[in-house]
Design a protein around this ligand. Structure first.
Ligand SMILES: Cc1cc2nc3c(=O)[nH]c(=O)nc-3n(C[C@H](O)[C@H](O)[C@H](O)COP(=O)(O)O)c2cc1C
Length: 188
């Protein structure tokens, strides 16, 4: 089968799907939320999590000031929330009010924790560094809130209860087929 090779990279979308999350932050009574697909776990000890953000994001401005951020994992049923939160800037609009986003009390920070999230990480900013047109922000996870039924016995996502939100790029979303879940012991 032929494979294409390009060297003029431009806007690359080949690494999707990725899980889409809602990143939140607040400064005093000003809150904001944005959708992010470019994020990753970094370290277990200490527990570090990173997000790649355009410096123009209003959420980034609140994170830079408050030194805190939240990572909210929402289910596939809330894909339209991800599309809406990721389609307008919070600079002029209070997205929480406009979209009726409900929050829960955070445990260790002042970041908005979404009621719709099946898992939420509260993070304290430890570092941020520009890479190209984005800034890689790194936070230490200081609290994890999760819906108990969202996790199966093995500590993995319970696909009977939660459909993860996968982003395919170009405004396309999907979820996983629970029947595709397979246990394969690592090693040779
Ligand atoms: C599915 C999806 C994924 C996105 N991923 C990112 C991302 O990883 N980093 C980023 O800076 N912006 C990303 N965006 C764009 C922001 O969410 C969008 O610009 C948002 O309106 C910023 O809001 P704010 O200015 O209120 O912070 C994404 C948008 C969508 C819809």
């Amino acid at each position: 089968m032929p494979k294409a090779v390009v060297e003029d990279i431009g806007k690359f979308n080949h690494h999707y799907p990725k899980v889409a999350v809602i990143v939140t932050a607040s400064v005093q009574d000003r809150m904001d939320a944005m959708t992010a697909a470019w994020h990753s776990s970094i370290s277990f000890t200490p527990p570090l999590y990173g997000v790649s953000m355009m410096p123009s994001r209003f959420t980034y401005r609140l994170i830079a000031e408050s030194k805190e951020f939240g990572i909210n994992f929402i289910p596939f049923e809330k894909a339209s929330l991800a599309a809406r939160v990721g389609g307008i800037s919070g600079q002029e609009t209070d997205k929480f009010q406009r979209l009726g986003i409900e929050t829960e009390k955070p445990a260790r920070t002042k970041v908005p924790v979404l009621k719709d999230a099946y898992v939420a990480y509260e993070c304290k900013l430890v570092d941020s560094k520009p890479y190209g047109d984005h800034i890689w922000i790194v936070g230490e996870i200081v609290a994890v809130r999760y819906l108990e039924e969202a996790l199966a016995g093995e500590g993995i996502l319970n696909l009977e209860r939660v459909k993860p939100l996968l982003y395919f790029g170009s405004d396309f979303y999907a979820t996983t087929d629970k029947n595709s879940l397979t246990f394969i012991k690592k090693g040779i």
